[in-house]
Write a protein that binds this ligand. Structure first.
Ligand SMILES: [Zn+2]
Length: 388
């Protein structure tokens, strides 16, 4: 098979680093895909998959005249993802058998991520991190989570690339058009996201795998703003990030489930975008987004409900949004809240998620919110009340 020979040749000519091929065994561990056409490609004997030692942050699929295909992810991209995962995993309070351990501040993480983005050059990702060693050692539990996050990102990229084999059409390439239509690219992203999420059914892993998918695309989007030109194969990564969140909604049974699986994805996406904006010399803070604001509120309530944080963290955390969001954004945030915090909502279906309990904590803080936020929430809750 030409594809396998080509991969072996490239790995011989430019040997991989200490960790060996970080893509091949991960691909072997992918469970069967639910889409029959993608599954046919995944299990095909004419497919070779592996890492290539190139510094450009790319993934690329090659097609050969004997009908074989080679999917590769370049070392520069994997290294970058790996560093980003280690930095992101230093965030927040971490709970181990030894008790709660405070992570580094959000501001410190943003600075580290910004430094990391500056290792991008037009020739690819620098092999060495900037001076001032930005990584502090992680404890074993955080290393495990960083690996789940990294593998989620790589699984997503691999499954997306399967789409480049599934939809391969030599006539399109000869006509010098993008390899896939925009619709085929979106199908590949959606299928890739679902495959990454289904690769491990544990709740924590689902959240982390989703965060990996979003992280992989957000990082590419930042490279785009830094000046990286993508090979003509893929559409603009920024629209792909938005598509992933849009594709997640119908994949979830309810709004509650959507907000239940997505908090880490939203949080990491915001950190990466903020760092990327600063790396290009932009403002320190991002414009307000209703989805991100609500996700942050829901995560804070979950932490308080689990007894991991004091209730006093919530009001300062939401102050900027509640004071500065547009009336439309406030309405959107309030409608999400009304839908899933209403007492007894999902009490039976989602007992483990304790939305009603989170709603009670949320309402107990009413007297501390700005008046405009209280008005928006009151209106949304009234509109939801059965029979009202
Ligand atoms: Zn693509």
């Amino acid at each position: 098979m030409r594809a396998a020979e080509e991969l072996a040749k490239r790995q011989r000519e430019s040997p991989l680093g200490q960790s060996g091929d970080r893509v091949h065994s991960l691909f072997q561990s992918l469970p069967p895909m639910s889409d029959a056409q993608f599954e046919k490609v995944r299990s095909s004997a004419n497919l070779a998959v592996g890492e290539m030692n190139l510094r450009q942050p790319n993934a690329k699929t090659f097609h050969f005249p004997d009908g074989s295909h080679l999917i590769t992810i370049f070392s520069g991209l994997i290294d970058f993802y790996s560093f980003a995962c280690q930095i992101l995993m230093q965030a927040g309070t971490f709970h181990t058998e030894k008790g709660a351990e405070e992570g580094r501040s959000i501001e410190d993480l943003i600075i580290d991520l910004k430094e990391l983005f500056l290792t991008w050059t037009p020739q690819g990702i620098q092999e060495n991190l900037p001076s001032g060693a930005i990584l502090s050692p992680l404890d074993p539990a955080r290393i495990a989570d960083a690996n789940i996050l990294l593998n989620g990102a790589l699984r997503f990229i691999l499954c997306h690339e399967l789409g480049h084999v599934r939809f391969y059409d030599p006539a399109r390439n000869e006509a010098n058009r993008p390899a896939l239509t925009a619709e085929q690219e979106t199908i590949s992203d959606t299928t890739g996201m679902q495959a990454a999420l289904l690769s491990d059914p544990g709740l924590g892993a689902i959240r982390m795998n989703l965060a990996g998918c979003v992280m992989s695309l957000r990082i590419l989007a930042v490279f785009g703003t830094l000046g990286h030109t993508f090979t003509g194969d893929h559409p603009d990564p920024l629209s792909r990030v938005n598509n992933i969140f849009a594709a997640l909604r119908p994949f979830c049974e309810s709004q509650a489930q959507y907000w239940w699986v997505s908090p880490i994805a939203y949080a990491f996406d915001e950190l990466l975008e903020t760092a990327g904006q600063r790396a290009t010399g932009g403002p320190d803070v991002l414009p307000i987004l209703a989805d991100r604001a609500f996700s942050r509120l829901a995560s804070a309530l979950e932490e308080v409900m689990k007894g991991r944080q004091e209730k006093t963290i919530i009001v300062p955390l939401m102050a900027r949004e509640f004071e500065e969001a547009t009336p439309e954004q406030l309405k959107e945030i309030a409608e999400y809240a009304a839908e899933i915090f209403a007492a007894n909502a999902f009490a039976r279906l989602y007992a483990g998620q304790k939305w009603a309990e989170k709603g009670a904590i949320f309402r107990s803080l009413y007297h501390e919110w700005p008046a405009r936020a209280v008005a928006a929430f009151d209106e949304a809750f009234k509109a939801r009340k059965p029979g009202a």
